[in-house]
Write a protein that binds this ligand. Structure first.
Ligand SMILES: *[C@@H]1O[C@H](CO)[C@@H](O)[C@H](O)[C@H]1NC(C)=O
Ligand SMILES: *[C@@H]1O[C@H](CO)[C@@H](O)[C@H](O)[C@H]1NC(C)=O
Ligand SMILES: *[C@@H]1O[C@H](CO)[C@@H](O)[C@H](O)[C@H]1NC(C)=O
Ligand SMILES: *[C@@H]1O[C@H](CO)[C@@H](O)[C@H](O)[C@H]1NC(C)=O
Ligand SMILES: *[C@@H]1O[C@H](CO)[C@@H](O)[C@H](O)[C@H]1NC(C)=O
Ligand SMILES: *[C@@H]1O[C@H](CO)[C@@H](O)[C@H](O)[C@H]1NC(C)=O
Length: 301
């Protein structure tokens, strides 16, 4: 993508907000030593959320509701298939974990119509793709790795179908999807979780302080702020788009958003200008969509 032909336009469609964290956190978590059961429970927690999300929307909206809200006539039936996939993923992960598997929580999803459900489905499925890519490095069992890969590729198909045929967006990214750390992905997911059974296992995650990049626009200076008095000045914003983060130091409370980010991208605040992991990230996650068309021109349909 040549930045010269790019229309500098990016929508900031969501930033994580602080929510009551449902499970007790293991603050001593060491990202290099997450056992497979904890990791699978983390994945299952995201899958439980998606399962409830799709089932709840299909329970709320009929075929007529979908069509009346200008969604394609064939979309609801395929959303039912996605809901079946989610249930199958939950069943398989629960079976693999056995006793002590994370049970479904209570959720609050901010959709009010079939079309706002479809818009949120685009965000949630995209975040889950990034969450599973980011979690892959911690899996040690080759059996689990195959299962996780099969779930991830299915999730990516969902995300592309929802963004493209359903929402008429550019369901595309760069050469590599973007991994999200456990903490970062969980921070995005946890805003929809209102309470979990107290018997659920502790997850190897800690929610981050919310980060805001005001009116993020490619190639433009944007104001950075973080909740809970987290210092931003002199820190780095890591723009995550594909496998290689781009670090921009916060100077005068601002960063220039790189013109090179593509597709579903994220930003976190980090104390390091060379690595992004749960030990250096101090706030996040701003979600930045920079969809581009087949000519490499950024656009929002
Ligand atoms: C994390 O685990 C690694 C490998 O076991 C160990 O070397 C390191 O000291 C641990 N760090 C913390 C903070 O516990
Ligand atoms: C869909 O819209 C049509 C025409 O406006 C209306 O008659 C019908 O009641 C609506 N159906 C639902 C389920 O809202
Ligand atoms: C979930 O919601 C139900 C119904 O409001 C409530 O009875 C239950 O206590 C909630 N559970 C948790 C874990 O928040
Ligand atoms: C962001 O854009 C909106 C709408 O153009 C404007 O009202 C607001 O002041 C802007 N915020 C910042 C921090 O620039
Ligand atoms: C932020 O810092 C101010 C000034 O030190 C303090 O009054 C306030 O309580 C702090 N807020 C939080 C959320 O820590
Ligand atoms: C990265 O950080 C190191 C020390 O933390 C600093 O010396 C260096 O100048 C920084 N590089 C950039 C490009 O900001």
């Amino acid at each position: 993508m040549k930045s010269a032909v790019v229309i500098a336009y990016v929508t900031l469609i969501g930033t994580a907000t602080a929510f009551v964290v449902p499970q007790a956190r293991d603050t001593s978590s060491n990202s290099t030593t997450i056992d497979d059961t904890s990791l699978l429970n983390y994945v299952l927690t995201l899958k439980n959320l998606e399962n409830a999300f799709y089932a709840g929307a299909l329970n709320s909206f009929t075929q007529d509701d979908f069509v009346n809200d200008s969604l394609p006539t064939w979309s609801r039936a395929r959303f039912e298939q996605i809901a079946e996939h989610q249930q199958a993923h939950v069943d398989l992960l629960s079976y693999a974990i056995g006793s002590g598997s994370a049970q479904a929580c209570n959720y609050t999803f901010p959709y009010t119509s079939p079309s706002s459900f479809a818009a949120l489905a685009e965000v949630i499925s995209g975040v889950c793709v990034s969450a599973f890519v980011g979690a892959a490095q911690y899996i040690t069992s080759s059996d689990y790795l195959t299962t996780a890969a099969a779930i991830l590729s299915t999730e990516a198909r969902h995300a592309a179908w929802i963004a493209g045929p359903v929402n008429h967006q550019n369901a595309w990214s760069g050469s590599f999807d973007t991994p999200l750390s456990l903490d970062a992905a969980y921070t995005l997911a946890s805003q929809y979780i209102s309470g979990c059974p107290s018997s659920n296992p502790t997850l190897p995650v800690t929610a981050l302080s919310p980060l805001t990049i005001a009116n993020a626009s490619l190639g433009q200076a944007s104001t950075v702020s973080a909740a809970n008095n987290v210092t931003v000045e002199g820190q780095y914003v890591a723009f995550l788009s594909g496998l290689t983060p781009t670090f921009v130091q916060v100077v005068g409370g601002q960063v220039v958003v790189p013109a090179t980010i593509m597709g579903t991208s994220y930003a976190v605040l980090t104390s390091s200008n060379t690595s992004v992991d749960d030990s250096t990230v101090t706030a996040g996650v701003a979600l930045i969509q920079s969809p581009y068309n087949s000519n490499g021109v950024l656009e929002v349909v």
